[in-house]
Design a binder for this molecule. Structure first.
Ligand code: SF4
Length: 247
């Protein structure tokens, strides 16, 4: 793993998903097999494989303090092309510092991760008036998680993190994307822990060899995606959880 400390030029960027996005890191230690953010490699000059390099924007908080004074207050997404709670965050606390600044200045936040480290920051997230904390959960089967996302948190750790966030009064959501084999059983785990869910397919091209090598090709199928998302939506309705299927 190559880790570089860098000085970024800016931190609060325009986003198509929400108004702004903050990426405290370039690259992601989790290195999920299907990750679309690997296109970032092109812009960084890194030759290492996706998941094997991280540039740490050590001046993230300093930049944010300056930039929020100049920009109009609006929702900030953390993060778009890295996980804000990848293991290096335990040491660098860049996400935590940025959250503190956004909280102190009353900016709305949407934070999304695959890591149980998010619970470390419950104290700050609770203080943000308009805050949504999301966990990506792609399957209920940890054996499948291990195949596609071997370095990200165990599924039960993610579910327990959602519960801790939710029990602390923070609005929570699950991002069921990409739909991996075993996603059909997720709602039983999520009941009582989330306010809403998103369900999405993604570009599975990067992970095609992983499907093939593990004899899982039958799950790369429109009918499967359709059936799973309908099952999830039906369960969500029964549980009174808002469900957005976005494909
Ligand atoms: S955690 Fe997110 S950004 Fe990181 S590798 Fe996985 S999908 Fe990509």
């Amino acid at each position: 793993m190559v880790v570089n400390e860098i000085s970024a030029k800016s931190i609060l960027s325009a986003s198509k998903i929400y108004t702004y996005v903050i990426n405290p890191y370039v690259g992601c230690q989790f290195g999920c097999s299907y990750c679309y953010a690997r296109y970032m490699k092109k812009f960084t000059g890194h030759r290492e494989a996706w998941g094997e390099f991280v540039d740490v924007k050590v001046n993230a908080a300093e930049l944010l303090r300056k930039e929020i004074r100049k920009k109009k207050r609006d929702r900030v997404w953390i993060s778009g092309v890295c996980d804000p709670y990848q293991p290096l965050e335990a040491r660098y606390k860049l996400t935590r510092e940025c959250l503190k600044i956004l909280s102190d200045n009353d900016w709305p936040v949407v934070i999304q991760t695959r890591s149980k480290l998010v619970v470390r920051d419950i104290d700050i997230l609770q203080g943000i008036k308009n805050c949504d904390a999301g966990m990506s959960v792609t399957t209920a089967d940890d054996r499948i998680r291990k195949i596609f996302e071997p370095r990200a948190s165990f599924i039960m750790d993610r579910v327990n993190s959602l519960k801790a966030l939710h029990d602390s009064g923070i609005r929570t959501y699950a991002m069921i994307a990409p739909i991996l084999p075993g996603a059909e059983n997720l709602m039983e785990m999520l009941e009582g822990k989330v306010d809403y869910i998103y369900v999405d397919r993604m570009n599975y091209d990067y992970a095609k060899s992983v499907y093939r090598n593990n004899k899982l090709e039958k799950y790369l199928d429109d009918e499967y995606f359709e059936a799973v998302s309908q099952a999830i939506a039906d369960n969500a309705r029964r549980m009174g959880i808002e469900c957005h299927i976005v494909f």
